[in-house]
Ligand binder design. Structure first.
Ligand SMILES: *Cc1c(COP(=O)(O)O)cnc(C)c1O
Length: 218
């Protein structure tokens, strides 16, 4: 079930601040996606390749599909023909594979590099030093199939607001540092249902929101 009131309120807030919304529809049925689509939402985020491919086949062709989960290199080929933005690039190997599959599909795919900002051990992503290395080598590497549009990260799931804020800020600082060095580097994807307000205050321009719109996931 979609929370229409929450969606409209959120849309208003985000539009006033110039922040984009990816509605995170993982595990939710296509009917929920269609309900938000009918209210005007076009950007949706999914975490699992098979689920994304299934839904993409059933839903309107003008939806912009964001892949926000952990992507395995051997599955890139299934989403390369249509994916709009891949948020979770966390290795150079994956970046190369996305470029290769994009070229095969006659496309250029926009990607974000995922940075590990949380103190939790389980989150994927580059650490800060690896990111610096990546961005340096990237400028010389020939990867015609991709365009690096910015950074993505997830803060800790924590009640400690100060900690969450510091983690978000560390990503924002990295983003700002590299923004002027790379062409088209304009997207900072951070903020979920629980921390999107903090994330926007720290400079996010794209939030990924699921449970606030679609209810809790089982
Ligand atoms: C599930 C998920 C979200 C949305 O989380 P909510 O707390 O439901 O808003 C955002 N980003 C990523 C990477 C996710 O996996």
């Amino acid at each position: 079930m979609v929370n229409v009131e929450a969606y409209q309120k959120l849309k208003g807030e985000l539009e006033a601040k110039g922040v984009s919304l990816v509605a995170v529809s993982k595990i939710k049925p296509p009917s929920d996606i269609k309900a938000l689509y009918d209210l005007g939402q076009r950007d949706f985020g999914e975490n699992y390749v098979q689920e994304l491919v299934d839904k993409q086949g059933q839903l309107p062709g003008d939806i912009r599909w964001h892949f926000i989960g952990h992507l395995q290199s051997n599955k890139v080929k299934y989403i390369a023909p249509f994916v709009h933005l891949i948020h979770g690039i966390d290795s150079e190997k994956l970046l190369r594979e996305v470029s290769k599959q994009a070229v095969k599909a006659n496309r250029r795919i926009d990607v974000l590099l995922q940075v590990h900002i949380a103190q939790e051990e389980t989150k994927f992503g580059f650490d800060k030093n690896e990111l610096e290395q990546m961005l340096k080598s990237f400028q010389t590497a020939a990867l015609p199939g991709i365009r690096v549009r910015g950074l993505m990260g997830m803060a800790s799931f924590s009640e400690n607001e100060q900690q969450v804020r510091e983690e978000l800020r560390s990503l924002s600082d990295l983003f700002n540092k590299h923004k002027s060095q790379l062409a088209d580097f304009d997207t900072l994807s951070m903020g979920m249902s629980g921390d999107y307000e903090l994330a926007i205050a720290e400079g996010s321009n794209l939030v990924r929101i699921g449970s606030l719109l679609f209810g809790r996931r089982n």
